[in-house]
Design a protein around this ligand. Structure first.
Ligand code: FES
Ligand SMILES: [Fe+2]
Length: 465
């Protein structure tokens, strides 16, 4: 029996022409990008209740490794315990509330610098200094059982650590739903940052970033070099609860019209935009050569195309590296799939590599600012991972992002300048920006305090045949 390939569900996603827009709001108010009042509602009704990505499990490889997660002025500490489990705590001492940790580090226990109370990695209160007091710790401070660090919900998925400040939140797996199964075959938990791992403050609202990566409409506007690399006319869309996925095949809409030689040329160009394709090209050339006749003419039989050879070359190359690709579809070998896990976890992924982009409201509370984190992940054989791992670059100045990201970086901050203009009022979305409309309607339902069941109502019905 062939292995289950959950990606087949995404392969069957809907074309724009198959979607019913009648229940979608295509006008989006601009005050949600700049008003402090809206920002405060997001803080209370979204960020204090939603599962949010806080790091990677492999950033905490050893017991005692910890890192701080900040959302607005709220701070949490994630730490790997002696039992290997990653836990989360409110980053405040149970004595008089001093902030325990800042940044990241490794510790055998947490010691508050103020009066030096000590807490175990599992949060238990371990030690209360009382140099000027003769009696027991209970005589000094009262009952201590309830004085451990306040826990916060933490769960791992695909190598990422998620946190939810809401103690009544449903489990992460319930929130992610089908995303868990769809992403599992990529083996994200075995990927490491390679080449790019940057976190930087931007002068735009966090949703400007999320919007920018959910539509391909701006490719013709600011990324002309990408036009030949993706066929936006064949983009497919799938919606799963709060989350969504889009796929766009490699290659421009009219590539087939140029014949196989031009199509092969197009694939040779891909590494300029998608560096991971470079390692696949030797096998690709080998496969192509097998279809050349004595005179050098290409003779593809029925069913063989440059794209199908790219898929086979990718499968062969990754399998030779040791990645089990049996759970991935052919489309996932060649095409990018664009995942948005609501609210701020975006992933461009194809077999063997992924680009992760997330944006978070800035800790300074200004709705016109955010922090983005962009990472290229690659699947590498275990023995190569440590040497190739890209360390986090935090708040660089003038970081040389690759071209498309540089273009987005400039554009997003320019858009915020316009969104701040009080006379504008609302944005007008095109149909190609359907995921933005979906995203903002999901956000609205969070801000209305809707339950998960209501949010999962079919906001986007399929058009009747
Ligand atoms: S506030 Fe932490 S020990 Fe006093
Ligand atoms: Fe872009």
């Amino acid at each position: 029996m062939p292995p289950a390939r959950p990606g087949e569900r995404v392969d069957r996603g809907r074309y724009l022409s198959e979607l019913d827009f009648s229940r979608l709001q295509m006008r989006v108010s601009t005050d949600r990008y700049c008003s402090r009042e809206h920002h405060a509602r997001e803080r209370e009704l979204l960020w204090s209740r939603v599962w949010q990505v806080a790091g990677r499990a492999d950033e905490l490889p050893e017991p005692g490794d910890w890192l701080e997660h900040r959302i607005f002025d709220q701070s949490y500490v994630l730490v790997r315990g002696k039992d290997g489990v990653i836990r989360g705590f409110v980053n405040a001492c149970r004595h008089r509330g001093n902030a325990l940790c800042q940044g990241r580090g490794r510790a055998r226990r947490f010691t508050c610098p103020y009066h030096r109370w000590q807490f175990d990695l599992d949060g238990r209160l371990l030690h209360v200094p009382r140099p000027d007091f003769e009696g027991s710790v209970e005589d000094f401070i009262g009952p201590i059982e309830d004085l451990g660090l306040r826990p916060v919900a933490v769960a791992c998925f695909a190598g990422f650590v998620f946190l939810n400040p809401d103690p009544t939140a449903a489990p992460l797996a319930d929130y992610l739903g089908e995303m868990v199964e769809l992403l599992a075959p990529y083996r994200l938990e075995e990927m490491v940052p390679v080449g790019l791992n940057v976190r930087e403050s931007l002068n735009c609202n966090w949703k400007v970033v999320m919007d920018a990566f959910q539509e391909g409409y701006h490719i013709q506007g600011i990324h002309p070099e990408l036009v030949p690399a993706m066929d936006e006319s064949k983009e497919r869309y799938s919606f799963f609860g709060d989350h969504s996925v889009a796929t766009a095949p490699f290659g421009s809409a009219n590539l087939a019209a140029f014949g196989p030689e031009r199509a092969i040329e197009g694939i040779r160009e891909l590494p300029k935009t998608f560096p991971g394709v470079a390692e696949v090209l030797p096998r690709f050339e080998q496969l192509v050569a097998g279809y050349r006749e004595a005179g050098g003419e290409l003779a593809f039989p029925q069913g063989v195309t440059a794209r199908s050879l790219l898929q086979q070359a990718t499968r062969d190359t990754l399998a030779a590296k040791g990645l089990d690709v049996s759970g991935l579809t052919d489309t996932q070998m060649s095409d990018n799939q664009f995942y948005l896990l609501f609210p701020n976890f975006f992933l461009t992924i194809r077999a063997g590599e992924a680009t992760f982009i997330s944006s978070t409201p800035h800790a300074d509370g200004d709705p016109n600012r955010c922090v983005w984190h962009v990472v290229n992940y690659q699947w590498l054989p275990p023995e190569q991972r440590a040497a190739q791992r890209a360390a986090l670059v935090d708040e660089p100045k003038d970081f040389p992002y690759f071209l498309a990201l540089q273009q987005d970086y400039a554009q997003m901050q320019r858009q915020q300048d316009g969104l701040r203009q009080r006379g504008l009022g609302y944005m007008t979305l095109s149909r190609q920006e359907v995921r933005l409309a979906y995203f903002h309607s999901i956000l609205d339902s969070w801000l209305d305090g809707a339950s998960a069941d209501r949010r999962r109502a079919p906001i986007l019905a399929e058009r009747a045949p």
